[in-house]
Design a protein around this ligand. Structure first.
Ligand code: GCW
Length: 664
């Protein structure tokens, strides 16, 4: 029985005895010649993994004593690796894991286990790997009361009421899972932050978590509430240029480092969606970020300042807001500040063009923010494998320094030589036994970590690796599941927001509401985004409309500014297109939309069939869990299709094209 708790660290016995014997030859000892807690973790993880995979207890020893056939852990400051990279080699059945640092050894240990888990040959093992991005982080939108904003897998993992005294063993399992994919930082609380997290009461609790995560190479960060000097400091202002406010933050930061000596730093959402910030005092984002940066600098802490901002203005184009506020500040941020940008200009939609900011701020380290939790992707009910979403953005060419200036090269610092680099994923974890609600959503956590380490990996390779480690090593079923994961995102897009539609929601972000125009803000209605009318649909962002396209380099504009040549997945992001317009597919816009809604919904049936075919190779509990969720998804995909088609038909006034049938 498998309830999914063990994630991709299952370590079930390898069935093939010949394989086991081959691996056994090089795994007779684990040689640990270090007192570092992180290296000790590495050795123990190897021992745990090998116990399961090979069914034998491998001793951890301080010296090989002349014996061959073991695994040696070692650090070498002169190795040509970056600070967290590793090297694996096998010579005469003796495996060496080399890191420049202890963390490198830990990542190397997990990489070696991955070789065994995915049944790779190891005789001539020779592998070098370096993370391309320094700060690889999860952002938890978790609150003091245990709820999670946009969390769909139960309550928060952090039991604030029990901390710091009781340490839930799950905290360690969380750290193991993250370390195994190279994640080295975690922001434990919501960006819509409570100032309570900065009180001594909570700092003790956060310190207790940090104590668990430390030996897995993971640093803890906090989201901060910008006016905390007022709410918990008793000051009259939180103006970032006020000397007393500066002193308050400096003292607070000193206090934090007493609790957590290796504290990572702050994440800040300010002047965004009603959150206060420096603009309340006539200051700008750089003023706010730099004030916090100054307090953190003596401790080597960093500030991650979010660029997710837009005004409650029904006339403006929200697409342009972040660029307008941040672009003029390029080069004005302190050295220990990273500006964290969501992948797209709006908000984690099923498909968005990359944020124009990535192509326009060479003097400011820009971090990437992806959303792993499926806020706009059917929560934990619909199957959407997200690696293709992440890759689509990372591989996009900004042209900022000519052809080949991909978003990935901006974010990993190689293009502009950023001194600091970061990538964050808004976590999809929660208190559900299987961590992510949907068993296959574990793949999204996994994929985020693997891409944060190495953005050149393919979505397919990551999916296949995850499937083999988590579900089955039977080749044909592993291939079927990989294929189903890879197609899942496009299927969702087809019934949810095809051809570049976006945000057909108001508050809940789950059910179709393309007609919903009652809202507390003029920019939170559905029509604000889709712009359907009697002539056509889509948001005109060329010079004929909001001209948001002008925020991109000319080469990028060229790809998108002509409706006749704009790739169909992005069409309605940039153009208001007539219902009767013929598209490159030979269909009119109306017929193409209908075709996508219908085939998208039908394809969920295909997902179900594919899943049914792997039954014999997947554990029964996971099988039934996924099958049940796919059934719900099928029902809801039809619901999406019908809602959109019937609503848009009121504008388009056209029949549903054959062979599709009008919904009842
Ligand atoms: O996507 C929106 C979400 C908010 C979230 C906000 C943000 C944490 O609906 O729940 O707030 O983005 O990213 O700040």
């Amino acid at each position: 029985r498998d309830d999914g708790y063990r994630l991709w660290l299952k370590y079930d016995l390898i069935k093939d005895a010949t394989k086991r014997a081959a691996y056994a030859r090089s795994t007779q000892l684990i040689v640990l010649n270090s007192t570092s807690p992180i290296q000790k973790t590495a050795a123990e993880e190897l021992q745990t993994g090998l116990q399961g995979l090979l069914g034998k207890t491998v001793p951890i020893v301080a010296s090989a004593g002349g014996k061959t056939g073991g695994i040696t852990l070692t650090t070498n400051a002169a190795a040509s690796l970056n600070s967290e990279g590793y090297q694996l080699s096998n010579q005469q059945n003796t495996i060496t894991i080399t890191g420049k640092t202890d963390a490198g050894v830990l990542y190397g240990a997990f990489a070696l286990l991955r070789q065994f888990q995915t049944l790779q040959p190891i005789d001539r093992l020779s592998l070098t790997s370096n993370p391309k991005i320094q700060h690889r982080m999860l952002n938890h939108w978790d609150n003091t009361d245990g709820s999670i904003e946009r969390g769909y897998a139960g309550q928060s993992l952090w039991k604030w009421y029990e901390l710091p005294e009781r340490i839930d063993p799950r905290y360690r399992d969380y750290a193991r899972a993250n370390a195994s994919i190279g994640i080295n930082g975690t922001v434990v609380n919501n960006v819509n932050a409570s100032s309570r997290f900065l009180t001594a009461e909570y700092l003790q609790k956060v310190a207790a978590l940090a104590n668990v995560f430390r030996s897995y190479g993971i640093k803890v960060y906090l989201s901060v509430y910008f006016p905390a000097p007022k709410t918990i400091g008793g000051l009259k202002t939180a103006d970032p240029l006020d000397p007393e406010v500066n002193k308050w933050w400096a003292d607070k930061v000193n206090e934090i480092y007493k609790f957590i000596p290796d504290f990572g730093g702050f994440l800040v959402k300010a002047n965004s969606e009603g959150q206060p910030g420096p603009q309340d005092y006539g200051r700008n984002h750089a003023d706010g970020a730099n004030m916090l940066a100054k307090a953190l600098a003596p401790h080597k802490g960093i500030v991650i300042w979010r660029a997710f901002v837009y005004k409650a203005d029904g006339k403006a184009d929200r697409f342009k807001a972040a660029y307008d506020e941040f672009n003029p500040l390029d080069g004005q941020f302190a050295k220990n500040v990273i500006v964290q940008v969501k992948n797209g200009p709006i908000d984690f939609q099923p498909r968005e063009p990359f944020s124009p900011i990535f192509g326009t701020m060479p003097k400011t380290p820009l971090g990437m923010e992806f959303q792993i939790t499926q806020e706009y992707l059917g929560f934990a009910t619909h199957l959407v494998y997200e690696a293709p979403i992440f890759k689509e953005c990372l591989d996009a060419d900004t042209y900022v320094s000519g052809k080949g200036s991909t978003v990935a090269k901006v974010v990993d610092g190689s293009l502009h030589q950023y001194p600091l680099t970061a990538i964050a994923g808004v976590a999809n974890t929660g208190s559900d036994r299987n961590w992510t609600g949907h068993p296959l959503a574990q793949a999204n956590w996994y994929a985020f970590g693997r891409l944060a380490w190495d953005h050149t990996l393919s979505s397919e390779a990551i999916a296949n690796e995850w499937v083999k480690m988590t579900l089955t090593t039977e080749l044909s079923s592993a291939k079927t599941i990989t294929d189903l994961l890879l197609k899942s995102r496009e299927i969702y897009v087809n019934y949810n927001t095809p051809l570049g539609l976006s945000r057909p929601w108001t508050g809940v972000h789950f059910a179709p509401e393309p007609w919903q125009n009652r809202s507390s803000r003029p920019d939170w209605t559905a029509v604000y985004y889709h712009r359907a009318d009697s002539l056509g649909i889509g948001f005109e962002r060329t010079a004929k409309g909001s001209n948001a396209l002008a925020q991109y380099r000319p080469e990028v504009q060229q790809q998108w500014n002509n409706p006749a040549t704009c790739p169909l997945p992005y069409l309605l992001w940039f153009h208001h297109v007539l219902w009767t317009q013929k598209l490159s597919t030979g269909r009119t816009l109306w017929d193409e939309l209908c075709t996508r809604f219908y085939t998208g919904a039908d394809s969920v049936g295909w997902l179900q069939k594919q899943w049914a075919s792997v039954r014999k190779d997947v554990d029964s509990e996971t099988f039934a869990n996924v099958a049940g969720r796919l059934e719900t998804q099928q029902k809801e995909a039809i619901w999406w299709r019908d809602a959109w088609v019937l609503y848009l038909q009121e504008f388009a006034r056209q029949p549903i094209p054959a062979p599709f049938k009008k919904p009842e």
